[in-house]
Design a protein around this ligand. Structure first.
Ligand code: UT7
Length: 339
């Protein structure tokens, strides 16, 4: 017997964005001594000048709550109107219950559907893809998508390959109904043969299976920087072009490019490969925010809209890529000015 499913679809868009960066600014000068590096090397190789670190008593959920509350207020709705919460993160320190359900309690709406996704630096774009489909199929009316990380808890300050890259913060968007299409088709996938390129280990199970083996160390991120750099530069540009085409645009008709903030040289290389003209605004939040993985795109979106308020309501290509290796990109209409 055929089941019933309401076939009428509903267009979706990003209604608002909210961002939170912890107050402590950490310049390169605070990082370099422990890794035998220099401010000049870090700026030349990555574009990073400084980043924000949360304090020891400031949790991922503390940061996410502030970003979420800003986004909800700017959307002109209240927390109890949120139907679903999608929380993208790799630095929530519990397997269960989810970060999304803890956030629900903080927001005072304990009834919404809530779950986390683990897609690292592509997590926010994965969340946007899911939220778009949920609103389109009328599974939810308002979806809160959060990208949040406290990577300072999982980065070894003595690791020359990562200590200068990762940072803390949270960004959120509310996705809801729209008259027009506000989110283009997502182009996504994986290069899972490169799963070892970025890892956060050892796992909890390794501690259980190796009692007393203290040299296992604290779980920290490690990455094969050059291999990931090459993959990002060569594999992600075609994905970005497909996302632009799927949205019915061309690179020269985009208003903005808001990629994952991994390395300013990757951002420049992608822009060059796509032949983006100077008229396309490029988010370079990495300079003062570092690489905040799942949080980097909504944080960069918020910063770009503060710098360029004329971009509210204009088209932007979002593209995330990272551990897995996984990627996702879509063109969105940037949120309107807050009500
Ligand atoms: O967010 C998830 C996705 N992640 C990414 O997209 C990250 C992609 N990778 C990168 O952004 C870059 O690979 C890094 C920024 C991580 C590293 O930059 P790189 O240009 O690939 O550096 P490298 O590892 O090729 O090292 C180049 C040189 C070496 O010296 P020699 O052999 O040329 O003399 C290293 O020893 O730089 C040296 N080096 C450093 N020097 C000062 C490596 N790390 C450092 C350091 N400070 N921290």
């Amino acid at each position: 017997m055929a089941l019933k499913f309401d076939q009428t679809t509903q267009n979706a868009r990003i209604l608002s964005v909210g961002a939170y960066r912890p107050p402590r600014v950490v310049p390169n000068s605070e990082i370099v001594d422990r890794i035998d590096s220099t401010d000049e090397w870090i700026q030349q190789r990555t574009g990073i000048q400084s980043r924000h670190f949360a304090s020891a008593d400031q949790s991922l959920i503390d940061m996410a709550t502030i970003a979420a509350e800003i986004a909800i207020k700017r959307a002109g709705i209240t927390a109890d109107q949120i139907d679903s919460v999608i929380f993208a993160t790799i630095s929530y320190p519990y397997q269960a219950p989810s970060a999304a359900t803890e956030l629900l309690v903080r927001l005072g709406n304990t009834k919404a559907a809530a779950f986390d996704i683990s897609a690292a630096c592509a997590g926010f774009c994965y969340g946007v893809a899911l939220a778009n489909d949920m609103v389109r199929s009328r599974t939810s009316k308002y979806v809160l998508v959060i990208g949040g990380e406290k990577l300072s808890d999982f980065t070894d300050p003595d690791d020359r390959a990562t200590a200068f890259i990762f940072a803390d913060g949270a960004g959120a968007v509310v996705i809801g109904p729209s008259d027009e299409v506000g989110i283009g088709q997502t182009i996504w996938g994986a290069s899972a043969e490169s799963r070892e390129a970025i890892v956060l280990e050892p796992s909890y199970l390794e501690y259980k299976n190796n009692p007393g083996k203290l040299d296992l160390g604290w779980p920290n991120i490690s990455q094969q920087g050059q291999a990931v750099f090459r993959w990002a530069v060569y594999e992600i540009a075609p994905v970005a072009l497909k996302a632009i085409e799927a949205a019915g645009l061309t690179p020269d008709t985009l208003a903005a490019f808001i990629p994952h903030q991994a390395n300013e040289r990757i951002i420049d290389s992608l822009a060059k490969s796509m032949k983006l003209p100077d008229s396309v605004a490029i988010a370079r939040d990495i300079r003062t925010t570092g690489n905040t993985s799942a949080a980097s795109i909504p944080l960069a979106m918020d910063a770009l809209l503060i710098e360029r308020p004329d971009l509210h309501g204009k088209s932007a290509l979002l593209i995330g890529f990272g551990a897995g290796l996984v990627y996702a990109g879509q063109v969105v209409e940037l949120p309107p000015k807050a009500l």
